[in-house]
Ligand binder design. Structure first.
Ligand code: HEC
Ligand code: HEC
Length: 304
């Protein structure tokens, strides 16, 4: 499109520029099942060189585990990257950075384009962190990419390393049940994440991350899908006891969490939950956005 036409179009649209959408979606990865042994070992911190590269790796590490405090201008909720990518982005089956880095750039059918690694990270800023993604050439993005590159040292490029992503947990034959999920939540999760999913703070900082409400991931995040949350939960929660929930419990509690309000999907179409559901949620795994639960419309957002 030539520049004149673009200008005309912008004028035509009232000259109002919507916030840039870095990535259309966080569509689900297809990854190896959890039964495939994950033997890849990322380098230890002691192996870091004492030079400018090593310093950049440390900066990226710090941003990854302390995102909210170190990069508040890009984070709109109470989360850090490492809340969902456990053990500083090192843990197998917790979408480790060493599993991700060698797999980009990648064509993604859903937004019909080749996505760079930076664009993938921008997606997590926009949706999982409910924030404003840093530019691809910003110091923050450079540091995060260098950290991921270093963790992936010696991993093959373009070949999926077992341990990547959150391996899928098949939908149980009985489907899921939000009320059963509430019981699992009270018994196994509330002690850390709070009775109303609010997490726990020490002073201004969360020590236990919130699972819903205004400081949680938004309705566009991958974690809002019940199937993705079930996969994360089964392999990573309760913290310290991964793999102890049945598939049924993981699905039930994932549905319970994702039946609660959270910040609106930033891709909201013309202020309409229904239009947004049709465009972005109707074919995005299993989710409750735009549906009614006990007569209440889900997906209205937390406002403000
Ligand atoms: C609320 C949870 C959450 C938070 C917080 C989060 N992510 Fe993610 N991240 C996800 C999910 C879900 C996926 C998609 C995984 C899938 O589809 O299996 C993902 C995918 C990724 C991927 C691609 C993984 C791969 O193997 O292709 C990268 C890289 C990534 N996130 C980096 C980050 C960074 C950097 C941050 C902090 C700025 C961050 N994430 C914060 C949940 C989160
Ligand atoms: C012992 C405390 C503890 C228990 C019990 C626990 N969690 Fe967590 N959970 C955490 C911590 C801490 C993190 C962040 C991990 C990190 O930063 O290393 C987390 C992260 C999460 C996340 C991703 C981050 C976010 O805020 O969205 C989800 C989802 C989650 N837990 C769900 C659950 C569910 C469901 C249960 C119950 C089956 C559960 N947790 C039990 C401590 C706990």
């Amino acid at each position: 499109m030539n520049r004149l036409l673009l200008t005309t179009l912008t004028l035509f649209m009232g000259g109002v520029q919507a916030a840039p959408i870095a990535m259309e979606d966080q569509s689900q990865l297809k990854v190896a099942p959890a039964s495939t042994p994950a033997s890849f070992k990322p380098p230890a911190e002691s192996e870091l060189p004492d030079n400018a590269f090593g310093k950049m790796v440390r900066d990226g590490y710090a941003l990854f585990v302390d995102t909210k405090r170190l990069a508040p201008e890009y984070v709109g909720n109470g989360l850090n990257c490492s809340n969902c990518h456990l053990d500083q982005g090192r843990l197998a089956h917790s979408a480790p950075l060493w599993g991700a880095y060698p797999m980009y750039p990648a064509y993604r059918k859903k937004n019909d384009k080749v996505n760079t690694f930076a664009e993938r990270i921008q997606g997590c800023f926009q949706f999982s962190m409910n924030g404003k993604p840093p530019a691809a050439d910003s110091p923050e993005m450079t540091a995060l990419s260098v950290y991921a590159y270093w963790l992936a040292s010696k991993a093959p490029i373009g070949v999926e390393t077992p341990g990547r992503g959150y391996p899928e947990v098949d939908k149980p034959a009985q489907g899921y049940d939000i009320k059963r999920g509430a019981q699992v939540y009270q018994q196994q999760c509330a002690i850390c994440h709070g009775d109303s999913g609010q997490g726990q703070k020490v002073a201004k900082d969360y020590v236990m991350p919130p699972l819903w409400g205004k400081d949680s991931y938004n309705w566009g995040a991958g974690m809002h899908r019940i199937n993705t949350a079930a996969s994360f939960i089964k392999h990573n929660m309760p913290l310290g006891k991964p793999g102890t929930l049945t598939d049924q419990q993981a699905w039930d509690v994932a549905a319970f969490i994702n039946a609660h309000e959270r910040p609106q999907d930033p891709r909201l179409v013309e202020g309409s939950v229904e239009k947004t559901r049709l465009k972005f949620h109707a074919n995005d795994g299993v989710n409750l956005y735009g549906q009614k639960v006990d007569g209440v419309l889900i997906g209205q957002g937390t406002g403000g």
